[in-house]
Design a protein around this ligand. Structure first.
Ligand SMILES: NC(=O)c1ccc[n+]([C@@H]2O[C@H](COP(=O)([O-])OP(=O)(O)OC[C@H]3O[C@@H](n4cnc5c(N)ncnc54)[C@H](OP(=O)(O)O)[C@@H]3O)[C@@H](O)[C@H]2O)c1
Length: 283
């Protein structure tokens, strides 16, 4: 690198965001590891690693749900460094529950973080990158942004939407030297599983849920998925590779499960894929 590049990562407190911030800093990017909660020791771990290794990493506050928080963080980076080269839109969580029994409030909150949060960041950094005539935005979607399983409809909605938006915006910003990249992990062993939000209506009144059988089946499958995860650092390595490559691909799958399921999806008709999923998950 001739000039030190400036990177921003959202959701750096744990998991993929944590590992990606460290990987970028270890590779010479001045990295703003952002998180929505800096107090209560949430940032200690990343700060300690950065100090020990003398990494160019600083923690900043950024809640992707909040307009002011996003603008404050991005303005601060612009003020301090004069530019933003790389943005990793990673912050997110999964809402789980039968579609019918999920409240609008929960649905809006899920879209607020996973989709509108990413849109907010993109709209704030694109003008900066456009002026620079250079920049890379990596959106962490998911295998769940390409194929859908039951009880995850709203999460899939956010990730499918982000895939579509990214695919469209890519053409708009390409003439200004801005790259958009999608990273689609399969199951990753992070706090994601602990942070899953169960739709309240069905979880508080589970005996009366109309989807109890399906929920029981799927919770077994989710447990198995959770036991067959890759380490978040594997996702970080792919992100690093994507941002350091001159001519990156648009989509990167991470994990054998993601590669294999998408391969299966490509090779089957809608009907055959539906039957495959039903068989796979005992539906
Ligand atoms: N793990 C998987 O199996 C998997 C698979 C495919 C895709 N993904 C995607 O990968 C991304 C990272 O997830 P992960 O696996 O690393 O899970 P994770 O360990 O739970 O990390 C999620 C991060 O997002 C942050 N976050 C949540 N809401 C936020 C908000 N409003 N503003 C700022 N930060 C917020 C969390 O902060 P707090 O610590 O404050 O909660 C945390 O730092 C997500 O977009 C997820 O959908 C994960």
């Amino acid at each position: 690198m001739t000039r030190q590049e400036i990177a921003l990562v959202t959701g750096s407190s744990t998991g993929i965001g944590f590992e990606t911030s460290i990987a970028l800093a270890r590779n010479g990017f001045h990295t703003y590891a952002s998180m929505r909660n800096i107090g209560n020791g949430r940032s200690n771990h990343i700060v300690n690693v950065a100090r020990k290794e003398n990494l160019p990493l600083q923690v900043i506050h950024l809640d992707v749900d909040n307009d002011k928080s996003v603008l404050d963080a991005i303005n601060r980076i612009k003020r301090e460094k004069g530019r933003i080269d790389i943005v990793i839109n990673n912050a997110g969580y999964a809402l789980v529950g039968p579609f019918e029994e999920t409240s609008m409030e929960e649905i809006k909150a899920q879209f607020e973080t996973n989709l509108f949060g990413t849109i907010r960041i993109m709209q704030a950094v694109i003008p900066i990158m456009r002026e620079q005539r250079r920049g890379t935005i990596v959106n962490i979607t998911s295998l769940g942004g390409r194929v859908a399983l039951p009880l995850d409809s709203i999460y899939h909605g956010t990730k499918f939407a982000l895939e579509g938006i990214s695919e469209s915006v890519k053409y708009e910003v390409d003439p200004f030297g801005i790259k958009i990249i999608l990273v689609e992990p399969g199951a990753v062993g992070s706090n994601f599983w602990k942070n899953l939000k169960l739709a309240k209506t069905s979880s508080s009144d589970s005996d009366n849920s109309h989807y109890i059988q399906l929920t029981n089946n799927m919770s077994e499958s989710f447990k198995q998925m959770e036991q067959n995860t890759i380490h978040p650092s594997e996702v970080a390595s792919v992100i690093l590779l994507a941002v350091m490559t001159d001519d990156p691909a648009f989509r990167y799958q991470v994990g054998k499960d993601a590669v294999m399921l998408l391969e299966t999806r490509r090779n089957l008709s809608d009907r055959d894929f539906e039957n495959f999923i039903k068989k796979q998950f005992n539906l």
